[in-house]
Design a protein around this ligand. Sequence first.
Ligand SMILES: [Zn+2]
Length: 113
Amino acid sequence: MPEQTTTIMEFGKPDEARYRRAWHAYQARRNLVVTLFISFLPLGFFVARMHLGEVFSFAMLVVWIGIYLAGAWWLTQWHCPRCGKLFGDRLWMPRCMNCGLSKQELMAVVRGK
Ligand SMILES: [Zn+2]
C-alpha cells in the first residue's frame, strides 16, 4: 500500500529516536506483565511449601494479584509515539486506537526497515 510506505518514509531522525524510546518502554512494560503472569505458578508453589497458614497464603495471593493488575494497568497507560495518546484501553492491542499505528510498523521503524 503506497500510503503506509509514504508514512514510514517520512520519518526524520527525531521521530525515529522517539519511536525507539517508546518501543523500548513498551517492551519493558510488556515483559514485566508477562513475567508477573508466569511467576504466579512458582510463587504459589513456594508459598504452599512454606506452610504459612491459609490467611497468610491468601494474603500473598491477593497481593500478587494486586501487583499483576497494577502492572497490567501500567501497560495500558503506554502512549502511542505517533499521536501521543493512549495506545489502547486493554492489553495486547495490535494497533493504536486513535491513529491506527500498528506495533508491526513501530517495530519496522525501530529495526530500521
Ligand atoms: Zn496513535
